[in-house]
Write a new protein. Structure first.
Length: 112
């Protein structure tokens, strides 16, 4: 309980991302989508959403990821302070992020 109290509040963008994920996957985040939840906690909501969108640029994602990606795009457009909404496609992920993107892509594919 002390950990929960010590955690900082989510930013509005992070709160919207978490809401979108919980709305889409619900209780499955604690069973069939547990890998997704671990990734969300590990990277943080905003960074996780950025990785998902970066991943989607290089592959043909399944329909469920397309819908989630569209929700993330709307969230980033609503919260431009994330800096993601104005980045041109293809340049959003830095070279350092590419290996993380590949690892996340594997997690996303396995958790779907």
């Amino acid at each position: 309980m002390r950990l929960v109290r010590a955690m900082p509040a989510l930013t509005p963008a992070a709160e919207a991302i978490v809401g979108a994920i919980v709305g889409r996957y619900g209780a499955g985040l604690f069973s069939t989508r547990a890998k997704l939840l671990r990734s969300l906690v590990h990277f943080g909501p905003v960074r996780y959403a950025q990785f998902v969108l970066g991943y989607m640029e290089g592959v043909q994602p399944r329909e469920e990821f397309i819908a989630l990606g569209e929700e993330f795009e709307r969230i980033f457009a609503a919260f431009p302070a994330t800096g993601y909404a104005h980045a041109p496609a293809g340049s959003r992920a830095s070279a350092d992020d590419r290996s993380r993107r590949l690892a996340l892509a594997q997690i996303l594919i396995q958790s779907a």
